[in-house]
Design a protein around this ligand. Structure first.
Ligand code: FA5
Length: 328
């Protein structure tokens, strides 16, 4: 019997040692400590032990039982602890720096432009980027056969009367259609033209449109507003000029240029167009041209940002190179 108990203890402990997961541990428990296990099976053998050997064998039986049970408990605890810990993670290790996000330089320029014009009394209006020909052309006094309507110069949708707007002047029309004069708005947004990309041209860009309609608005008000904007935004040294031009929706019309450094050289670069609202435009939206006068302008926001932040090529703005964008 003693021999059997010694055997039971040594094989039980050896098998327990090689147990490495909870399932195997449970199998071991059933085999050794369970109600039909090897330990229980050894107990009835006591009755065959002689009277004088009984105390020693009983003691040994208890020792084996205790040894198996306590080693089982330790093994269970160590397996549970390992399951909770999982793979080793050093929580004190510094994290990876993914860099902070920031607003794109064009979004920032838009906010700044809005702020300057807001101080001059302009409120902000918006319009859709997918437009119809009425708002992009007809109402702006651009006749059916005008070259500005050529498919090669515009992004038309499959239905010919819809297009990606080519100018924010569309928002002049949309605003006047639903608002009674007087009004003083700027409209800001994306416009699209199939232009070839170079240092100052892109096929998607942004414009800020201005429209002021009231009694007795003159060219002097227009020029003052544009010059005040330039001084306020670029600083007192900003060099801006206006020269005569033509737009179907303004009469007289002018172009606004600004001195900018492009490819290392200071040059006059066209910032936008402007003029006094043409009476035909007022008629198209139901304003009485005998009573109302107004000025309008449309400036390229990329070119404003380039002048403000010393960016010499428009393409940088859309290449999403973090090393460039991080500078602003
Ligand atoms: C217009 O778009 C007129 N709607 C402006 C206007 C509004 C005139 C109200 C009168 C009254 P223009 O096509 O010249 O005009 O464009 C205006 C400005 O948009 C340009 O001076 C330039 O700054 C910018 N621009 C034009 N094409 C591009 C382009 N491909 N990439 C970047 N900026 C451009």
């Amino acid at each position: 019997m003693l021999e059997h108990l010694n055997q039971l203890e040594s094989t039980g402990l050896a098998e327990l040692q090689s147990v490495s997961d909870a399932d195997a541990l449970e199998q071991w428990r059933i085999a050794y400590l369970g109600t039909k296990g090897k330990l229980k099976a050894a107990m009835p053998m006591m009755k065959d032990v002689s009277k004088e050997d009984k105390p020693a064998v009983g003691k040994r039986l208890n020792e084996v039982k205790n040894a198996l049970e306590s080693t089982f408990k330790d093994k269970k605890a160590s397996l549970e602890a390992a399951a909770v810990e999982g793979p080793a993670i050093d929580v004190t290790e510094p994290g990876l720096d993914c860099g902070g996000g920031r607003r794109h330089v064009i979004s920032r320029t838009i906010d700044e432009i809005i702020e300057v014009f807001a101080r001059m009394g302009f409120t902000v209006a918006y319009g859709p980027e997918v437009e119809d020909e009425w708002h992009n052309f007809n109402a702006l006094n651009i006749p059916e056969d005008h070259p500005a309507r050529e498919p090669i110069d515009n992004f038309y949708m499959e239905q010919r009367h819809l297009m990606l707007r080519s100018q924010t002047s569309t928002v002049q029309i949309r605003t006047m259609e639903k608002t009674k004069p007087p009004l003083k708005i700027i409209a800001i947004g994306r416009v699209y033209r199939p232009d070839t990309h170079d240092a100052t041209h892109y096929s998607m860009f942004h414009q800020v449109e201005g429209l002021y309609v009231d009694h007795d608005v003159t060219m002097v008000d227009l020029k003052t507003s544009l010059f005040q904007f330039a001084q306020a935004y670029f600083g007192p040294g900003a060099e801006v000029r206006i020269r005569p031009s033509f737009f179907p929706f303004t009469e007289p019309s002018a172009e606004v240029d600004m001195k900018m450094k492009v490819k290392g050289q200071w040059q006059w670069i066209e910032l936008g167009g402007c003029g006094m609202v043409d009476p035909n435009v007022f008629e198209a939206v139901g304003y009485d041209p005998e009573e109302w006068t107004g000025f309008a302008f449309g400036l390229g926001i990329e070119r404003i940002a380039m002048r403000k932040y010393g960016i010499s090529d428009i393409r940088w703005l859309f290449e999403n190179d973090a090393r460039f964008l991080r500078q602003f």
